[in-house]
Design a protein around this ligand. Structure first.
Ligand code: BGC
Length: 734
């Protein structure tokens, strides 16, 4: 109803098409045969200050589906606006507005349409935190390519993804959107996503521009609260937060989004050091930076700008080129230039960057999105296959006591819990144009999996939260008649994502009580979790025979999980983020810095080690790691090093195993983390066979470290290469 109203208003607002006035001869910038840089300069030379300023603004078009972002809609959208956030899945509205830009403005500059395509557009993939547990960047690249194809064909040219904020506090709801706690892992998946979204040529009709976000340090949000202050030293900025961005920029990411957080007194959206000195001057990024929604005007509440005009001045001078729904640039940039506070050259540089992305996307040649049926765009068989495989590989088997899983010889399964019949919550946050009604529930998937083999029955037990235990008796009655209890618990969709912090990462009491009650029956308990963050499982772990997290799997829903329960699929996921023993341990992550007294400083009341460590994850088969072999244990700085480890599948079925290569540098001029992930590789190992894993080490890149200004250095001395419980020494000579 609302959508139709906006649509009708737009139709009324857009006057009938008339030919653009001006040059009779085709201007150079419209000639696709000319080099992009020449086209940009030609176009710039024709633009007025007002036209330039308008290119640096982004408004919304249509329904705003992010409940956290409130703003008055811009009703009469000017054709000369730089960008719009596009909430419709039908290209028709886009084309109508684009027509206004192309035909009713003096220069006919196409509008760039952006949208949050975070883990899929219509075909929804598991949340990014889950994707990382697959340790399969090739598959993630394919998933992003599908998201790009569905988006571009629906009228979206630009996704605000990937989010690559290293995050170590599970209370922060946005851990769901990134690739976990490790800098290298985030970097690898940043590159994979950029490649998937943009391909080699963004002008393809199935490609979109990527946006690395949120630059930078947003994942360090104090106490897991959203939008707040972060305390990040220059040293931590470089050794923890920068790598994913540096690699994403190298991979060619067209844009970045500046963050909300204040970084030790200088907000991410007013930070000249990160936005200009590093990004533009050192890394030579030639695309543009868009502010996060409102992050320019929020410089006021953050205490560094007195009013919107000063906020515009600070953000623009720092290096933010596009204003996302702040209404700061459109209202103040021209005045700031007239007053001499900003220069025309600064304005030109910003506009040049925005135009460059538009040219590279091919928008000047193909401003409109061809009409196509939803069938031609969405849920293509190959897209669904990728989604299913990624969801399978994301699932992590956390515990499997006495081979409780798979369930091959059972006749009666009791499926209990509030997640069992949910479609909505399996979508996860930021589900773009995903449709819950297309998702197979866990219960339906188990029914299908065991059809003709076992009886699958259901009882709710309890809701996600609250105090109502009235369903406990029915659940107990069902469970007592069954061979095994499958408890489907977890978090609602909106318990993670933006503005979704929680003070505890344990499940609500009612869910824990349900497990305790059912455990009393003496039947095997299989805990199936769907969650958007690591959970506190210390009370549930002793009560469960097996525990799996399926994260929020998106469109494939319960089917991949059902395959793992039955044994059709062998689990291969490993954690991309530590599961603490309890919330009180947070922050707890594998690559913490070294302690002055490693054997002291423990908690008095709880264990000091996490419940499940980074990279923990079980398989239905067993793998035995051999000894690490190095090509040479003593090296000069310029030498090459290769390292190998044999891994044997000693179990009775084929399985995929990811080998994680860590290094440690016990003595350095800057104290380093206890260990650092430098490489990983996943391979299928057939039962009874041995496969060699190989790591080609680049000494400076993999053994070296960065200082507080990002300068990489390699010191002589001893280093260790670590794989699981194997460790080997390497010496770098002076
Ligand atoms: C979020 C961004 C998102 C933007 C646009 C903001 O609130 O922080 O991640 O891209 O909204 O929806």
């Amino acid at each position: 109803m609302k959508k139709t109203l906006i649509y009708c208003l737009l139709v009324l607002l857009i006057p009938a098409a008339s030919p653009a006035a001006g040059d009779k001869e085709k201007p150079l910038y419209k000639d696709p045969k000319q080099p992009v840089e020449k086209r940009i300069e030609d176009l710039l030379s024709r633009m007025t200050i007002e036209e330039k300023v308008l290119q640096l603004n982004q408004y919304t078009l249509g329904r705003n589906d992010n409940a956290n972002n409130m703003a008055d809609p811009v009703n009469d959208i000017p054709g000369g606006v730089g960008s719009l956030i596009y909430f419709s899945s039908n290209p028709e509205l886009r084309n109508r507005v684009q027509k206004k830009a192309m035909e009713q403005t003096r220069l006919g500059i196409p509008i760039l349409f952006g949208y949050d395509v975070i883990h899929g557009y219509r075909t929804i993939y598991p949340i990014s935190l889950g994707q990382a547990c697959s340790w399969n960047p090739g598959l993630v690249e394919k998933a992003c390519a599908v998201a790009a194809q569905e988006s571009r064909m629906s009228g979206v040219d630009w996704t605000f993804s990937p989010m690559i904020d290293v995050a170590r506090d599970g209370r922060w709801g946005r851990v769901a959107e990134g690739y976990g706690e490790d800098p290298y892992t985030n970097a690898v998946f940043a590159v994979a996503s950029v490649k998937g979204y943009q391909g080699n040529d963004m002008s393809g009709t199935n490609k979109v521009a990527a946006c690395l976000k949120h630059y930078i340090g947003y994942g360090a949000s104090e106490a897991g609260r959203d939008y707040v202050y972060t305390e990040i030293s220059r040293q931590s900025l470089w050794d923890t937060y920068m790598l994913p961005y540096e690699e994403g920029v190298k991979a060619g990411a067209a844009t970045l989004m500046s963050s909300f957080n204040d970084i030790s007194g200088v907000p991410g959206s007013a930070n000249h050091y990160t936005l200009t000195e590093i990004l533009k001057n050192r890394w030579k990024h030639d695309g543009f930076v868009v502010s996060d929604w409102g992050s320019i005007e929020q410089l006021r509440p953050q205490g560094v700008a007195a009013d919107k005009k000063e906020a515009a001045l600070k953000a623009f001078s720092a290096g933010v080129e596009m204003d996302m729904m702040n209404r700061c640039y459109d209202n103040h940039l021209a005045d700031l230039i007239k007053e001499g506070k900003l220069t025309k050259e600064q304005l030109n540089d910003a506009v040049r960057r925005v135009l460059r992305v538009k040219f590279r996307l091919g928008l000047f040649e193909r401003p409109y999105t061809p009409a196509s049926s939803e069938k031609a765009r969405f849920y293509l068989p190959e897209s669904l296959k990728i989604a299913e495989q990624l969801a399978e590989e994301s699932i992590v088997l956390l515990k499997n006591k006495d081979k409780a899983l798979p369930l091959s010889k059972v006749s009666k399964l009791a499926v209990i819990g509030p997640m069992a019949k949910s479609q909505w919550h399996l979508l996860g946050s930021w589900a773009a144009q995903g449709k819950a009604e297309d998702i197979t529930t866990i219960y339906d998937a188990l029914q299908a999996e065991y059809k003709g083999k076992a009886e699958v029955s259901y009882s709710l037990g309890c809701d996600f939260d609250g105090k109502d235990k009235s369903g406990f008796e029915e659940a107990k009655a069902l469970a007592s008649k069954s061979d095994v209890i499958l408890l489907c618990l977890g978090e609602k969709k909106n318990w993670s994502g933006e503005n979704a912090s929680r003070s505890t990462i344990a499940l609500p009491g009612i869910q824990e009580e349900l497990v305790m009650e059912l455990k009393k029956l003496g039947k095997p308990v299989i805990l199936i979790l769907s969650n958007g963050r690591p959970l506190q499982l210390n009370r549930l772990e002793p009560l469960s025979d097996a525990i799996l997290t399926m994260w929020q799997p998106g469109t494939p829903g319960g089917k991949p999980l059902a395959g793992i329960i039955s044994g059709r699929v062998n689990p291969s996921g490993k954690l991309s983020m530590t599961f603490p023993y309890s919330t009180g341990q947070i922050p707890v992550y594998y690559n913490h810095r070294q302690s002055a007294r490693p054997h002291q400083g423990k908690y008095q009341d709880i264990p000091s080690t996490p419940l499940y460590e980074f990279t923990h994850g079980l398989s239905y088969t067993t793998f035995q790691y051999g000894e690490i072999k190095v090509s040479s244990p003593k090296l000069k700085r310029s030498d090459k090093l290769s390292i190998e480890i044999p891994v044997t599948n000693t179990g009775d079925r084929d399985g995929s195993e990811t080998v994680h290569w860590f290094i440690s540098d016990p003595v350095s001029s800057i104290s380093r983390p206890v260990k650092e992930l430098k490489y990983f590789e996943k391979k299928l190992i057939k039962k009874g066979t041995t496969v060699n894993y190989r790591f080609e080490v680049n000494l400076e890149r993999d053994l070296g470290f960065v200082d507080g200004d990002g300068k990489r250095f390699l010191e002589p001395g001893e280093y260790y290469v670590i794989v699981k419980d194997k460790k080997v020494k390497i010496e770098i000579e002076d």
